[in-house]
Design a protein around this ligand. Structure first.
Ligand SMILES: Cc1ncc(COP(=O)(O)O)c(C=O)c1O
Length: 493
């Protein structure tokens, strides 16, 4: 297919040419009816492109023209049979994959480091999660890749598992061996779904990076083009390929998406997706090459700073454009160092956790950006104001992230159950009715339906004391947690 084409961009341009009367939604009529401050900030082009399903503009929920053509071009570029533009992020892609792959009461094997959207998909679908743990990298206190052997063991132990969902790459840029995992899944009759929110650029044709999940045999993958593919925030792609031995239906995915995606999709976002695919097809390899040089420079400069370690996974596949580093050995928590870098140098990082910082490097960064960050870290550590760190000295493993608490009910049952707020210190033994998710990275420490243990409570308080912000909870201070209310007279299960 001619990857030089941009059907959605062309359709918008054609519709906008000339100023004809227009009696459709949205009300602003291009730039004419917009608040002045908003227009000053966003410019008139964004409003001119903010159109609706009208003449010549096609319909995302029933594509027959420009949107169909743009999705087909994207499918071809990404090596998929079908591609859907997502205007509600990878969040709705993950939900749709789960809705399409498992019915209520059916089992899905899920890696514990999943994003909260995976949990939401389970609540929506009524799926029964069977959790597996990715490799735990003790030294870095993070989850790494999902081992194929772990998937093989789980699927052999439970032949009723219908689908497997894993995150690859992780927020930290660690990739699982999708090829092996896909082969195992298909041999056991399970669909492989990949949350590839952080992996759009793996499809850009560069040998410097691991291959994308679809190319390696996954049945479906959801990609945040807005995160690493050059598109606009909230715009993602869902890819589907009928793999040999695969059991996922493309039609079910299509139906599921219609349940979770807006019926007023943004043409600005669809144009951005069309353009990002066009750019990646034209010069994706070159873009990755440029970004890899900057990331390499940043890694080298950071590694030269005494007390700073840069993540090198060795045996696990890694996205070179994700630079992860830590100064925990010098007494800095990731949270504190991230704040200090921004406060003193105005440099924003993608993410921090208790020990580590994560930088997303793209082709749009410069060598000067890399130097500015390395200089900032060097200066902070040279001055070494440990009292701002709030961390103590040396690495402190946060015990318990690798626990697998007992599941008492499905996330959906827990979500619908009567619940009550109980003091966290008294919650051990009860069943969680809400998720507890330090954000970022958005990985749940507690999932609805699982038993709250003393260890879990300690872990949550440790995170809180280190300055984590929690999503999913009613009480952000974590004095209380919502637990499933038990019948009269029963204190715990
Ligand atoms: C691993 C992972 N999956 C899914 C999502 C959701 O993606 P989106 O923001 O595109 O909805 C995120 C967002 O941060 C994520 O980190």
């Amino acid at each position: 297919m001619d990857q030089d084409l941009t059907p959605v961009i062309d359709a918008i341009e054609q519709f906008s040419a000339g100023s004809r009367p227009y009696f459709c939604i949205p009300a602003h009529r291009g730039a004419q009816g917009v608040d002045e401050r908003t227009l000053e900030l966003l410019g008139s082009g964004v409003f001119a492109a903010d159109l609706t399903e009208t003449d010549g503009l096609d319909d995302l929920h029933h594509p027959e023209g420009a949107i169909r053509d743009a999705q087909m071009l994207a499918a071809s570029f990404f090596g998929a049979d079908r591609c859907w533009f997502l205007v509600n992020g990878t969040t709705c892609g993950n939900e749709a994959m789960i809705l399409a792959a498992v019915k209520p009461g059916e089992k899905i094997l899920a890696a514990r480091n999943c994003h909260k959207s995976v949990l939401m998909g389970m609540v929506l679908s009524g799926a029964v999660p069977v959790w597996i743990l990715p490799e735990y990298m003790d030294e870095w206190n993070i989850f790494g890749a999902v081992r194929p052997e772990t998937v093989e063991e789980a699927l052999t132990a439970d032949p009723e598992i219908r689908a497997v969902i894993i995150t690859s790459p992780t927020y930290y840029g660690i990739c699982s061996d999708i090829r092996k995992i896909a082969e195992i899944c298909h041999r056991h009759g399970a669909a492989l779904l990949v949350d590839e929110a952080h992996g759009s650029h793996l499809y850009f044709g560069s040998a410097l990076l691991p291959e994308g999940a679809i190319a390696q045999g996954a049945d479906a993958a959801a990609l945040s083009m807005h995160k690493t593919g050059g598109s606009m925030t909230q715009s993602s792609l869902l890819l589907y390929r009928q793999q040999e031995g695969g059991r996922l239906s493309g039609r079910r995915l299509d139906d599921a998406l219609k349940m979770v995606m807006s019926s007023s999709p943004s043409y600005v976002l669809m144009a951005a997706l069309d353009g990002a695919r066009h750019m990646a097809a034209a010069r994706g390899r070159e873009m990755v090459g440029a970004a890899a040089q900057i990331a390499g420079r940043l890694c080298r400069r950071l590694s030269d700073i005494p007390g700073v370690e840069v993540l090198q996974t060795g045996d696990q596949q890694q996205d070179l454009l994700r630079v992860v580093f830590s100064a925990a050995d010098r007494g800095w928590s990731g949270y504190a160092l991230k704040d200090e870098i921004y406060r003193r140098f105005g440099i924003s990082m993608e993410m921090a956790d208790t020990e580590n910082l994560v930088c997303v490097v793209t082709w749009a960064n410069t060598a000067e950006d890399a130097d500015a960050l390395a200089d900032a870290v060097g200066q902070i550590l040279m001055e070494d104001k440990k009292e701002t760190a709030g961390w103590g000295s040396g690495r402190q493993k946060i015990e318990g992230q690798d626990l697998q608490p007992e599941m008492r009910m499905t996330p959906r049952e827990a979500w619908y159950a009567e619940s009550t707020a109980v003091p966290l210190c008294e919650a051990a033994g009860m069943t969680a009715a809400e998720s507890v998710i330090p954000y970022p990275p958005g990985i749940p420490l507690v999932c609805p339906g699982e038993m709250i243990t003393t260890k879990t409570a300690e872990l949550l308080l440790r995170y809180r004391d280190l300055g984590a912000v929690f999503h999913g909870v009613e009480d952000e201070g974590l004095e209380t947690i919502r637990a499933v209310q038990l019948p009269e007279g029963r204190k715990t299960d």
